[in-house]
Design a protein around this ligand. Structure first.
Ligand SMILES: C[S@@+](CC[C@H](N)C(=O)[O-])C[C@H]1O[C@@H](n2cnc3c(N)ncnc32)[C@H](O)[C@@H]1O
Length: 411
């Protein structure tokens, strides 16, 4: 183990990340991207994940358990009788918290494996239908070797959810990390935190860290958040094109950036001439342009498939047998809030909107995650079934752009 590896290990033993209290499991389930079961079904399995069959997921560098707990709970709720989530980490303190969270929920579909990603093939041998690696690869000595190790235990018909830091959205972080390294390298973990707090408090209000609203772990994440953001012994960030190259280096193809609209230059361009100029760019170049125009991307989340699955068809949300779901939203409440024929969102400070057909509220109100599109059509009795299918597609396109509507199943 290198000195830096030892320091990374010591950090996560002293400050398991993110800070979590197992007692809070009684109050709420933390959900997010990647690895929400509805996202996995849509992005990785195109709506065709059969949970009556065995399903194995690996959460690599799972920390205090957010993704593993979310996925294990969602699999249990979905009645997946033969599903297992393996939580792999180097930090026994993090394992301890994740285990207590699982206990608090009575989850029996989680298993814990102790050791580094680089040795996953011996510590938690594959093969996995799905692998989560969120906020970890950018801390490894060789992110490429880590990704390859994970790809080596992924089923050819599986997929991954990945998150790495974004360079532009983390403006201001790295100069402060470097300053703290200059001043605190000889100190122990706790002294470093105290010194970092004093240094941050004294920064001028014009320093980029203070002006950047897209990083806040040092303000809201407790000492673990402050350490992770500003004192980490090893972290790097990626621009969109670097990340795309990195994903490809693991033999993977990006299925989708999350949320898709953030990576669409049209979100940031209203001038028709500029939109036209951007329209000729290839998909990665368009996403890279969006990153430049946004400035808000402090992290990049993607779903990625083995390159051999890159041509997996995208499910048709207008098909009779499609079951659509609003991710973590109450359909009736959302339908009530829709007005003016548009869906609006704020994407890192960029105002975004998409048109909705007049029938959208009636469709949305019925998306309970069980009804098929054909059932909804039978209830609404629209005149023309072909036009209805197009209205469903338009409604889906609007919500899906912000990752709020997904194809849960295709019958
Ligand atoms: C920033 S935390 C992310 C935790 C979790 N994935 C999340 O998003 O909440 C990074 C985690 O990766 C773990 N880690 C760091 N290097 C690792 C390695 N080489 N193999 C396995 N886990 C590692 C750390 O112990 C820590 O729990």
């Amino acid at each position: 183990m290198s000195d830096t590896d030892a320091r990374v290990h010591a950090q996560y033993e002293a400050y398991p990340y993110p800070a979590r209290d197992p007692r809070d499991e009684a109050k709420r389930l933390i959900t997010g991207s990647p690895s929400h079961l509805d996202e996995i079904r849509h992005y990785v399995f195109a709506g065709r994940l059969d949970l009556s069959k065995p399903f194995r997921a690996l959460v690599a560098g799972g920390g205090t358990g957010d993704a593993a707990i979310m996925l294990a709970q969602q699999l249990a709720d979905a009645g997946a009788a033969d599903a297992e989530v393996v939580h792999l980490d180097i930090s026994s303190a993090s394992h301890g918290i994740a285990m207590k969270r699982a206990e608090a929920r009575g989850l029996t579909n989680l298993r814990f494996a102790d050791g580094p990603i680089e040795r996953v093939a011996e510590i938690a041998p594959g093969s996995y239908d799905y692998i989560d690696c969120c906020g970890v690869l950018h801390h490894l000595d060789s992110p490429e070797a880590g990704l390859k190790a994970l790809a080596g235990v992924l089923k050819p018909e599986g997929g991954m959810g990945l998150m790495v830091y974004g360079t532009l959205g983390r403006t201001g972080v790295y100069p402060v990390q470097e300053a703290l390294a200059q001043l605190s390298d000889h100190l122990g973990e706790k002294e470093r935190v105290a010194l970092a707090k004093r240094l941050v408090a004294g920064l001028s209000k014009t320093h980029w860290l203070k002006r950047n609203p897209f990083v806040g772990d040092h303000l809201t994440g407790g000492d673990a958040g402050l350490y992770d953001l500003l004192l980490h012994p090893r972290d790097r960030a990626y621009r969109v094109d670097e990340f795309a190259g990195f994903v490809a280096s693991g033999g993977l193809a990006i299925r989708s950036w999350i949320e898709p609209a953030r990576y669409d230059p049209d979100t940031y361009l209203s001038d028709p001439g500029l939109r036209k100029a951007a329209s000729g760019l290839d998909p990665v170049a368009r996403a890279a342009l969006a990153e430049r125009l946004s400035g808000a991307m402090a992290k990049h989340i993607v779903y990625a498939l083995p390159a051999g699955r890159a041509d997996l068809p995208v499910p048709d949300p207008g098909a009779d047998g499609a079951v659509l779901v609003l991710r973590d939203l109450d359909p009736v409440a959302v339908a009530k809030g829709l007005s003016g024929g548009v869906l609006k969102a704020d994407l890192g400070g960029a105002p975004w909107q998409a048109p909705l057909p007049a029938i959208a509220p009636a469709i949305v109100a019925r998306l309970d995650g069980r009804r098929m599109v054909a059932d909804i059509r039978d209830q609404l009795k629209p005149g023309d079934p072909t036009r209805f299918a197009d209205h469903v597609r338009a409604t889906f396109a609007a919500f899906h752009a912000i990752n709020r509507m997904l194809v849960r199943a295709v019958h």
